[in-house]
Design a protein around this ligand. Structure first.
Ligand SMILES: [Zn+2]
Length: 376
């Protein structure tokens, strides 16, 4: 447990960080009033907590106080739960995996038990968990999403994953789901931009190419992007399930890079889309929940990757891998029109749920002044 003064400073600075880091580009952080003489940190990097090696951590007890939740040990000094009436997040010391309202979520750094105190990394808390636990604490939310970018993965000479036995190409299926999703979103009142509407190749890796998917989304003033993909693990044909990705947070490695023999792929430079980390995490949760709820697939978790499609976005972005084409049972679902419609409807519901959450966070307009009666 930290001394009281330090704990206050931590909470004050976490509030400050939530304000400063949760903002879309182009807005400046409001001047925070001095509170009880607590110093205002010059930079989020100066947040108190504890530093172990290169990683800054915050105590779960302080997180709980900030988000107004309780904590309880499930197994003393191993599994800790953060909860209130509507939310339950289960953490395990030494593990990156979290169960948040029954959904699997992966931290960028394992949770840590140190001298009897349970910690999560500051980056995970500020850029992901806070948005998913208490989005109202992220000040200055982006406006309610109006323009939605849909990216049908692959195209042209890039077939994406294939199930040759069933004659399936990922690029064909992603475009079909995208066109279905477009119709659903337009019917819900959104403006929709597709990164491609036909079977053609886009240039994913040319820095200034106007055919880049993120550039197309940015030029249209998109409020969010959803990239549609199908998974594959050949020669493994057994694995099934749904996973969804945001761009990896700065100073953390991607989920894949935690695998045995994988190289550390930490990026020291922030990508443009990292400005929206918190909102991307919130969007990802909504998409994962709706797709899992609809398809009843295995939950493979909310993850991160260094995706070039997401990297340059000037808005939140999520990549969804709904089912595995390398598993025949799941591939057959994607092959069926009804299956693709089901995926599109689940994604549309996830986008709507995210949009409703963001809309509910908008600052309330000042109450209209009622003119005084002109009657004598
Ligand atoms: Zn793909």
């Amino acid at each position: 447990m930290l001394p009281a003064a330090l704990r206050f400073a931590l909470l004050a600075s976490l509030c400050w960080a939530a304000t400063a880091w949760g903002q879309p580009e182009g807005r400046t952080a409001p001047t925070r009033p001095e509170g009880n003489g607590a110093p205002v940190p010059a930079r989020p990097a100066s947040l108190p907590g504890i530093r172990l090696g290169p990683v800054e951590y915050v105590a779960m007890q302080d997180v709980a106080t900030l988000v107004r939740m309780k904590t309880a040990w499930q197994e003393k000094e191993r599994r800790l739960t953060l909860f209130d009436a509507g939310t339950r997040a289960e953490f395990e010391a030494g593990s990156r995996e979290v169960s948040l309202n029954g959904l699997r979520l992966f931290l960028g750094m394992p949770a840590l038990l140190h001298n009897g105190t349970f910690y999560v990394s500051q980056i995970d808390f500020e850029r992901m968990l806070l948005a998913q636990l208490r989005p109202a604490l992220l000040a200055a939310p982006p406006p309610r999403p109006r323009v939605i970018a849909i990216d049908p993965g692959h195209g042209g000479t890039d077939n994406g994953m294939e199930n040759k036995k069933l004659g399936l190409k990922e690029k064909i299926l992603t475009l079909d789901v995208a066109l279905r999703l477009q119709r659903l979103l337009v019917a819900r009142g959104f403006k929709v931009v597709l990164t491609r509407t036909e079977d053609r190749q886009l240039a994913p890796d040319k820095p200034t190419d106007f055919q880049r998917r993120d550039e197309i989304a940015n030029r249209a003033g998109s409020d969010l992007l959803v990239s549609i993909h199908f998974n594959s693990l050949y020669p493994d044909t057994k694995t099934t399930g749904t996973e969804s990705y945001v761009f990896t947070r700065q100073f953390q490695r991607s989920d894949r890079a935690w695998g045995a023999l994988e190289k550390d792929d930490t990026e020291r430079e922030a990508a443009p889309v990292n400005r929206y980390d918190a909102w991307s995490a919130l969007l990802r949760e909504n998409l994962q929940r709706e797709v899992l709820g609809s398809l009843k697939t295995v939950d493979r978790g909310q993850k991160t990757m260094h995706s070039l499609v997401l990297k340059g976005l000037a808005c939140p972005g999520v990549l969804v891998e709904s089912v595995f084409l390398s598993n025949d049972a799941e591939a057959n679902r994607a092959a069926a029109e009804a299956g693709r419609q089901q995926i599109a409807e689940a994604i549309a519901r996830g986008i709507s749920a995210y949009a409703d959450t963001v809309a509910a966070l908008q600052p309330k307009p000042p109450a209209a002044t009622v003119p005084s009666s002109s009657h004598p």
